[in-house]
Each structure stands twice: as structure tokens, then as C-alpha cells.
Design a protein around this ligand. Structure first.
Ligand code: BG6
Length: 276
């Protein structure tokens, strides 16, 4: 089943249900904000305050950071994490190849608004495959006459049973930029979270996120960087829409910092994540 409706805030939302899972995606930002396997807890965390405001990203799910991750490299006045997450995408294809699988394709193209922020012609597609696993591919096509560089992230907010019990396995030995201190550090062992964490790991291995109750597997492709973020108490309290930092952790499949990708005219780059 694929259904589309306008929610009370005027957002067009696509709802999917098949034999394996349910999902919800807003056309603003091609923003997947719910995915749940049948018989399991939701995989994606979403703020219960769930602000749907035009021009503001939903706090939770899987916002798309594109065409830059974090602050713009040259102009800090430009929107953090780029403009894709607040732009209106178009649903260009949908299919249900079998009772277990639903595929959606969303698209954003350059516009006068995008050109004012980023002066390139492009086509950005998000291919979402909802089934027993969730696969999300962000495909950048350069339709300009000149090359451009994109940094990006599939900024995934995972639901965890409790942050105190979380262990992130897979990044031991990797170096990361601790953006809270500006220092580069080497990860020793698994990651546990007991304070604010905001790190860009210079690696994108297969990750197992254990929360003491279940294990979520994150398989990146086309990525060489992983962002791990939890705002913890004080920062969460300063944010209008972060209602519970104890049940979430962001593990973001990224092309961040030196992992930004140069895309030649006519060429494509795909950043993909599959969640098990
Ligand atoms: C993370 C960044 O990717 O996103 C953090 O590393 C940032 O620094 C977080 O705070 C949330 O960003 P925003 O713009 O959605 O509040």
C-alpha cells in the first residue's frame, strides 16, 4: 500500500505499508521520518514534538544533508547542512515489485532558489527501498558544464532503548575529528555514550549499533566518513524540538570534510546506506 495525504501542517506525506514494514516520508526534504519492521519497535527516532514547518527540517528520521554537510565551507550564513532537507522534492516513481518491497524515487532539481545558494545545475534523487531492510540511496547527478564538490550525509536518527546501554561496534581504530574540542583522536574499542558526542570519523565501515535489546546493522556504500552525534542533556534542552536525547543516537552515513566528492559534468555520485 502506498498512500499520500496532507497532514495537519500542510505537509504532503507518503505512507507505505507492506508485508515487512511501514514507513512515512515527507516530500519536504524527501524526509523519511518513520520506518518500522512489522512486529518490531521503530528503527528511526523522531521527536514527539514533531514540528512540520515549511523551511525547517523535521527533527528525526533521516534528513538529507546536501550539497554541504554542517556549516558551509566559505559562508557560515548559509543554511547548516545545505538546502536539500528543506526543499520540496517530487515523487517521480513508485512501485511494489512484490508484497515485501516498496520502492520510491524522489527528485530535486536546480531552481532559482537553489541557484541563489549554490550556483550549479544538478539532479538529486533519493531511492528508498522499504522491505525487511531499509535501503536509501542519494544520487547526485552533475548537469552543469563545470565540476562541483558535494559533502553530504544521510543523517540517520536511530531509536535506542536507552543511551546508557548503547555500544557502537565497528569504528575501533578509526581516527575522528572531535568537533567539540577540534582535536583528532583515535577510537579505542567500541563507542559508549555518556556525554555530548559530535564526531566525524574518517572511516565508513559496517557498524553494529547495540542498545542492550536489539542490534541494528548499518551498511554504508559510497561513503568514507561517519558522523556520530548525541546532543546530551544541556544542548538538548537548548533545542526547541529535541524532546528525548536518551532514546536516540545519530549515526550518519556521510561524505563529510575531506571525504567531500568532486563530481564531473555529466557524472553521478551515489551515497547509500542499508539498515538491517
Ligand atoms: C550533526 C552535527 O550532524 O547534526 C551536529 O554534527 C549538529 O553538530 C547536528 O548539531 C544537528 O544539526 P541540526 O542543524 O539539525 O540542528
Amino acid at each position: 500500500m502506498i498512500r499520500s495525504h496532507k497532514n495537519k501542517d500542510g505537509f504532503t506525506v507518503i505512507e507505505v505499508e507492506n508485508r515487512q514494514a511501514t514507513a512515512k516520508l515527507a516530500l519536504q526534504g524527501a524526509h523519511l521520518f518513520h520506518y518500522q519492521k512489522q512486529g518490531e519497535q521503530p528503527l528511526l527516532w523522531c521527536s514527539k514534538l514533531r514540528y512540520f514547518r515549511h523551511g525547517k527540517a523535521i527533527r528525526g528520521g533521516m534528513p538529507i544533508c546536501w550539497p554541504w554537510f554542517g556549516k558551509h565551507p566559505d559562508d557560515p550564513a548559509l543554511p547548516q547542512h545545505g538546502f536539500a532537507r528543506t526543499s520540496l522534492f517530487e515523487l517521480v516513481a513508485m512501485s511494489e515489485p512484490d508484497e515485501d518491497t516498496t520502492e520510491l524515487v524522489l527528485q530535486l532539481k536546480d531552481s532559482p532558489e537553489s541557484l541563489a545558494l549554490w550556483p550549479y545545475l544538478f539532479r538529486l534523487r533519493l531511492v528508498v527501498v522499504i522491505g525487511r531492510t531499509l535501503s536509501v540511496a542519494l544520487i547526485t547527478l552533475n548537469q552543469d558544464q563545470q565540476p562541483f564538490t558535494v559533502s553530504s550525509a544521510l543523517h540517520t536518527y536511530f531509536t535506542v532503548d536507552h543511551i546508557d546501554n548503547v555500544k557502537v561496534e565497528g569504528l575501533a581504530g578509526a581516527t575522528y575529528l572531535d568537533t567539540l574540542t577540534g582535536k583528532t583522536v583515535q577510537q579505542v574499542g567500541n563507542i559508549a555514550i555518556n556525554a555530548e558526542v559530535d564526531r566525524v570519523y574518517h572511516a565508513a565501515p559496517l557498524i553494529n549499533l547495540h542498545d542492550g535489546v536489539r542490534t541494528i546493522q548499518v551498511r554504508p556504500e559510497g561513503s568514507g566518513s561517519t558522523v556520530v552525534w548525541n546532543p546530551w542533556q544541556e544542548k538538548a534542552e537548548s533545542m526547541a524540538d529535541m524532546d528525548d536525547y536518551t532514546t536516540m543516537l545519530c549515526i550518519e552515513t556521510a561524505n563529510a570534510m575531506q571525504d567531500a566528492r568532486l563530481v564531473a559534468p555529466g557524472a553521478e555520485h551515489t551515497l547509500r546506506v542499508e539498515l538491517f
